[in-house]
Every structure is written in structure tokens, then in C-alpha cells.
Design a protein. Structure first.
Length: 460
């Protein structure tokens, strides 16, 4: 195995295209020196390609019996911090070249031994990977030995919940679960209500605990220009306004990441960095295939329509990607700003409907669906994806459409969930609505609510 890198960093005779091929002597030596059963780096590679290399990963599994690891921008922010600290100023030129190399070849691949690396701690794996890659890149021995390992994930996260007075019955158990399981003493909790609603102000005063921050959001600028959405006989803008708010949740916190949740959810285990992020600081995002409730807006945005990203809660998103998503929607709608684009969106989702058709739930411009689809298509490498791949039990041949190709296997890894929707807990494949005491089918309505193997007494 070999790796190509800029010759100035390697200090060797350049190959064609001003690259040199450096044999992986350091990685091989480290692997041989490690005791049996320990975590070892069997092989490593850096790449400028935007996607992982399946052939290389298959070779890792079949020929070396290892597991394929990939890191996008692994250690970049860490090295930038070291350069800024001035602690290694005598190596500034070398570190500058290392950073340049990290930018030009952002994808780092390694083949890790099994089961040693699977059983190793996160820090043990990171240290072995870090030393292996630094040795591979030909850093001076003193720098190689002394340069600190990237620390465990250090990130600021804000839990932001858009709610209203009508959700009081579910907001109370939600807040109880937050107090028990969410580290609110270091990661703030922000509840967003309607500013003009007296009922919202009353509920916020009555239910909001002292450790939670409360924000009151004024009505959107062009609210009355939206298509009205009828729900249960009422003409309301509630769902559309909640979605508009979700697109703007970055207004309520300067944290690195926004964990957005619905008020009809509960946490059911303690939350920490390892459950929200992967080993390299990428937030975990859950998706489920085979259906999306909001296909009209996804088609309008030219995004994949068979994914839904509300399967897992909270939805953890990089703060800067909220603005990126708003800009994307504005460009697609050819609008001057997002408020104008969203107004147009409420009308355009009805483009393929019969003239005079009433807007239904599926016509909501769902922020979770749009932002999830946008990030999956344009910022896939910035997140750790956990896609639940499924397909209908009965093949619908008359639809004329084949099944979509499944996502890559590294996007379908299982994960531990820290929270769940109260209104969609599975029972034999159906959704059991705990809020209404019924599900999406008669079988679900008669079934006892369960989550996994646990039966639930909660019915309201």
C-alpha cells in the first residue's frame, strides 16, 4: 500500500504531477510492534476524492480482515488550533504544509484490525490513527512524538424546541425527560413560542423551568400571503409557521450545533457527545427510506423524495447550514430573500394538484425534509448518516417505478437513539399514536404501544 502527497511535505524526489509515493513503512512497523489483539492500523491512505473508495474498503475487509475507517478533515481544526497557540512555532512551516495537505486531500482512509479496534476506546483508536497518519506524512520525529492527539469531541450544542400552547400536554413530559437526560447545565435549552399569543405566554410562564430559556417569536413578515392549510376543519397557518421557524432556529443560539426537537417527543436515555456525534465530530442524522410525507416540496427542490429525516430525534445540525439551506431554497424559488421564497413555496407545492385543491398535510414545506435532503445531497460528508433502509412488503408492479438503490453500507450503520416521537412508536411495523391512543391502521389501533420489546402504559 502507498500514498501520494506533495513532494515538499515528504521531502523526496517528486513523481509525475509533483507527487511522491511514500510506502507505508511507519504504519506497517506500528502494526507489527503492537501486541496481539491490540488495535492496529493495517493500512492507510489519503485521497482527494469526494466519496469513499469501495474497492479499497472491500480489499481491507477481504484481504486484511479489517474494518474500513474514513475521516473527513480528520484533525484539521486541531492542527489549526496548534498553529494558533504558537507552542510549536519552530515547526510552523511544516505544520502549514500539513494543513495545506489536509485541505487538498481531505479524505483519510485506514484499515483497522478486528476485533482489537472495535473493543478499543475512542481515544486509543484516535491516537493510533493520528500517529499512523503523521508518520505516513513524513513529519519530523520530534513533532511526530510530541504533537498532541486530537481531543474528544468539544462542541457547543443548543437544544431548541418550537412549540405553542396547544402542545402543553406533551410539553410537560418532554421537559421532565429533558431535565433528567439532557445536560442542560452546559448545553442550553431554548423554548420558542408565538409572541402574539396570550395563551403561549401563559404556558411559557407556567411550564418553563428555571434552567430553560424562553423566546417569543413575532409573526413571519408575509404570513398572510401563505396558502392556508386546513386541518381538522380549521383554517390555520400553524404547521407552516412551525416549519418557517425551524428554518430560522439558528437565530436563537450561537452554539456550534442546533439540536432541534418537536414538543411531542421524550428523551429516554442520558445524552452525551458519543451518542450525538461520531468519532470525528460529525453529528449523527437518522433517515428512513421508502416514504416521505412531504414529497411535493422535495420534488420542487429537486431533492430525493424517498427519504424522511424525522425518524430520529433530536435532529442535530451544524448552525451554519441553516443559512445555507435558506439560501438554497431562495435560489430554487428565484426569490430575493427567504421570506419571499417561503411564501412562494406554500403556493408552488400545489402546482401539480387539481385547480382549487385544498392544501393538505403533505403540502407543508417541511424544514426537516428539505434540510435533510439538502444536506444529504450537498453536504453528505459533514454528517454521520444512519439511514434505515426498508421497502414495501408487497411489490407494487403497477407503479412502474423500480426500488431506489440502497444507500452505501457506511451510511446504514445502526445507532443508539436518545429520544423518540410520542406519536409514532412501532408495533409490528405500524405507528402507534400515544397521543391519540391509536395508530395509522386498525391493527395499530388495537395493538398495545411498544418500543422494541417494551410495552408502554402511556396513552395521553
Amino acid at each position: 500500500q502507498a500514498v501520494c502527497m506533495p513532494h515538499s511535505l515528504a521531502g523526496s524526489v517528486p513523481c509525475p504531477l509533483v507527487l511522491v509515493c511514500v510506502a507505508m513503512v511507519a504504519a506497517a512497523a506500528a502494526a507489527a510492534a503492537a501486541p496481539a489483539g491490540a488495535c492496529r492500523v493495517l493500512s492507510a491512505k489519503v485521497s482527494s476524492q469526494g466519496r469513499p473508495e469501495p474497492v479499497w474498503c472491500n480489499d481491507c475487509a477481504r484481504r486484511l480482515g479489517g474494518s474500513c475507517w474514513r475521516g473527513d478533515g480528520f484533525g484539521r481544526r486541531h492542527v489549526e488550533g496548534i498553529v494558533g497557540s504558537g507552542l510549536w512555532s519552530e515547526y510552523n512551516e511544516t505544520l502549514a504544509e500539513l494543513l495545506q495537505h489536509m485541505h487538498t486531500t481531505p479524505r483519510w482512509l485506514a484499515c483497522l484490525s478486528r476485533p482489537g479496534c472495535s473493543a478499543a476506546s475512542r481515544m486509543d483508536r484516535l491516537e493510533r490513527l493520528w500517529r499512523s497518519f503523521l508518520g505516513l506524512l513524513g513529519l519530523p520525529s520530534q513533532l511526530l512524538a510530541g504533537l498532541p492527539v486530537p481531543p474528544p469531541i468539544i462542541a457547543t450544542v443548543a437544544l431548541v424546541v418550537r412549540t405553542f400552547a396547544g402542545a402543553a400536554s406533551t410539553l410537560l413530559p418532554f421537559l421532565r425527560s429533558v431535565e433528567l437526560f439532557w445536560p442542560h447545565w452546559r448545553w442550553p435549552v431554548i423554548l420558542v413560542f408565538d409572541a402574539e399569543s396570550e395563551a403561549d405566554r401563559f404556558v411559557a410562564t407556567a411550564l418553563a423551568p428555571s434552567w430553560a430559556k424562553v423566546a417569543f417569536e413575532p409573526p413571519p413578515p408575509r404570513l398572510r400571503e401563505w396558502v392556508e392549510l386546513r386541518r381538522k376543519g380549521s383554517r390555520i397557518y400553524g404547521w407552516q409557521r412551525a416549519s418557517w421557524s425551524h428554518f430560522n432556529l439558528d437565530d436563537y443560539s450561537s452554539a456550534d450545533f442546533i439540536a432541534q426537537m418537536d414538543a411531542d417527543t421524550i428523551f429516554h436515555t442520558w445524552v452525551d457527545e458519543e451518542l450525538l456525534f461520531d468519532d470525528f465530530g460529525r453529528p449523527r442524522v437518522t433517515g428512513i427510506t421508502h416514504w416521505s410525507d412531504f414529497a411535493p416540496v422535495l420534488r420542487l427542490m429537486d431533492l430525493q423524495t424517498d427519504f424522511d429525516f424525522m425518524a430520529g430525534q433530536p435532529m442535530l445540525l451544524r448552525r451554519e447550514h441553516f443559512k445555507a439551506t435558506r439560501d438554497f431554497v431562495s435560489r430554487r424559488m428565484q426569490a430575493a430573500n427567504f421570506d419571499e421564497a417561503y411564501t412562494l413555496l406554500t403556493h408552488e407545492v400545489l402546482r401539480n394538484e387539481t385547480p382549487g385543491a385544498i392544501a393538505q398535510t403533505r403540502h407543508v414545506p417541511s424544514q426537516q425534509s428539505v434540510m435533510g435532503g439538502y444536506l444529504w445531497r450537498y453536504h453528505r460528508d459533514a454528517y454521520s448518516w444512519h439511514i434505515l433502509w426498508r421497502f414495501p412488503s408487497a411489490r407494487l408492479w403497477n407503479t412502474g417505478s423500480p426500488y431506489a438503490k440502497s444507500p452505501s453500507m457506511w451510511h446504514r450503520c445502526p445507532q443508539l437513539y436518545v429520544a423518540s416521537h410520542l406519536n409514532c412508536w412501532g408495533s409490528r411495523g405500524d405507528c402507534v399514536g400515544l397521543k391519540q391512543g391509536q395508530g395509522n391502521s386498525s391493527a395499530a389501533a388495537d395493538a398495545a404501544p411498544v418500543k422494541g420489546d417494551v410495552r408502554l402504559p402511556l396513552t395521553s
